[in-house]
Ligand binder design. Structure first.
Ligand SMILES: C[S@@+](CC[C@H](N)C(=O)[O-])C[C@H]1O[C@@H](n2cnc3c(N)ncnc32)[C@H](O)[C@@H]1O
Length: 492
């Protein structure tokens, strides 16, 4: 039995294979990239609430048929069985296409998800019409057509697009159980329609059929509590004005996850989201007293999830979950920088509460990350700390560049994050750059600071006015409050 909730950084295929035991999970929700041929960019809220020019590529969802895809395809086909047959069928139908590359990525992951699901478990695969029809067949092959429970439609309204077809305003949730008829399922009720209530009004009883037998049911308040929920769900998308919006592309509404988790799990059950993005599933699972496992392949997502959990449930939440896959030592950080310099930057900046900046042309030249804060009563002017991250050799020219950027940007503080130790000259340069004086805190802070990765791993942060709620870099998730029944509700 899993004691603690876990957030994994890494490729879910590897994490599932290495860390998740057979038949150990009660509910899986997955919202993989949709094959929509669009690179998603994270748009962070700018300091004045408008969109930032600084866009950071969170993940790609373009797929091409290349060597890697061909290898993934061969791997699945060589295993034999229904999935192999389905993949070979797809190849006949759609050839060595980008769609086949996408399905070759999904197939081994679905096989692993089937392995980790308990016999009483359920899985919901979130997709849209782009790959939905193929995924339905692939799910039939992995989970068995007899275990198909629903194709739930999430219907929403958004800005119209496309002239030669009806507006596409729905996503699809493919819901499968692991063993036919054995899955946990709590019937959810939805309010009766006005028409039904009107028809019932004035009637004292109504005819129903239970287990095939005709029966006359008295109309009481009980009966009118609601009707069993159907498979078309009207839930608003997270639009640019939504309170829930954290600025992560493809963020899903909590109401959607709440429905799935309440229907297909009970308190204490384990909920897994292998493509968890900014953590909608884990936040709702936590609020509904489920245990959870979240996996994502970017440090940006892992950082956002950590903030989301802390903002929603308070600092105490940190002791309730482990983060696995993040560097915990200098050598781990070096390894990450070697494998993926962007991930290294995102990870290091996240530890200091800063957000990454990818576009270094023009306006953002010379800046790797930013942090916005307020240090005056009632908010006042937004102040900023800028960051430069270096994983290789550093000299005092780095400090001179940083000084130039601080001046150009009118920033209060500039921080160099360095993997290797700074030279004496660099420290001298930092010491000579003067101070930022905070009238509110009646304190002064070095305008140029140097933090090594080892410093940060030891818990050292930027020397600046206390951050906490005054760090306005990441959009804050709403705080949860305890409701009367002991579960956590979100403030409206
Ligand atoms: C559509 S988004 C999920 C959004 C999420 N449902 C939410 O509400 O925030 C897909 C996520 O899958 C992650 N991802 C893509 N490939 C992955 C992989 N192989 N392993 C783990 N995560 C992956 C991406 O980084 C991205 O955050």
């Amino acid at each position: 039995m899993q004691d603690k909730n876990v957030l994994y950084y890494g490729d879910n295929l590897e994490v599932l294979r290495l860390h998740i035991k057979d038949a150990s999970v009660d509910l899986i929700y997955l919202d993989p990239p949709f094959k929509s041929n669009q690179d998603y960019n994270v748009l962070f809220a700018e300091r004045n609430g408008t969109r930032s020019k600084a866009q950071v590529k969170a993940f790609k969802d373009t797929w091409t048929w290349d060597m890697e895809a061909a290898e993934a395809y061969e791997d699945v086909v060589e295993r034999g069985g229904k999935v192999s047959e389905a993949m070979q069928g797809f190849r006949k139908l759609i050839g060595d296409s980008d769609m086949l590359a996408y399905l070759s990525m999904m197939a081994p992951r679905l096989i692993e998800l089937h392995r980790v699901l308990k016999p009483t478990g359920s899985i919901y695969l979130h997709c849209d019409s782009t790959a939905g029809a193929y995924l339905r067949l692939l799910m039939d092959a992995v989970f068995g057509a007899e275990n198909f429970r629903n194709e739930a439609i999430w219907h929403y309204k958004r800005w119209p697009a496309g002239k030669h077809q009806f507006q596409r305003m729905h996503d699809v949730l493919l819901f499968y159980s692991n063993r036919h008829g054995k899955n946990t399922f709590n019937v959810l009720l939805e309010p009766l329609t006005k028409g039904t209530l009107k028809r019932w009004r004035g009637q004292k009883s109504r005819v129903e059929f239970k287990n095939g037998m005709r029966q006359v049911t008295k109309i009481t308040k009980e009966v009118s509590k609601g009707a069993p929920m159907d498979d078309v769900w009207d839930i608003p998308v997270i639009n640019s004005q939504a309170k829930e919006r954290l600025g992560y592309p493809t963020q899903k509404p909590e109401a959607l996850l709440e429905r799935i988790i309440k229907a297909s799990s009970n308190e204490g059950d384990i909920v897994l989201d292998p493509f968890c993005g900014c953590g909608t599933t884990v936040a709702v699972a936590q609020r509904l007293n489920r245990r959870w496992i979240g996996i994502d392949i970017t440090h940006l997502a892992v950082t956002l999830m950590k903030y989301r959990l802390e903002h929603t449930f308070g600092d105490e939440i940190r002791s309730e979950y482990d983060v696995i896959g993040e560097p915990v030592s200098l050598s781990g950080a070096m390894q990450l920088a070697k494998e993926n310099p962007y991930q290294f930057q995102w990870w290091a900046l996240g530890l200091l509460g800063a957000r990454p900046v990818e576009e270094k042309k023009g306006a953002d030249k010379g800046i790797d990350g930013r942090l916005y804060f307020h240090d005056e009563a009632k908010g006042g002017e937004t102040k900023q700390i800028i960051f430069s991250v270096k994983s290789g050799h550093v000299t005092s020219s780095v400090m001179r560049d940083l000084r130039g950027v601080i001046e150009r940007e009118g920033a209060e503080i500039g921080v160099l994050i360095t993997m290797l130790d700074p030279t004496k000259d660099m420290r001298k340069e930092a010491a000579g750059a003067g101070f930022y004086e905070s009238a509110t805190w009646q304190n002064r802070y070095l305008r140029m600071q140097i933090l090594t990765i080892e410093d940060i791993l030891r818990g050292k942060g930027v020397d600046c006015p206390p951050l906490g709620r005054t760090n306005v870099t990441f959009t804050r998730a709403a705080k949860a409050k305890k409701s009367d029944d002991g579960t956590n509700d979100l403030f409206e």
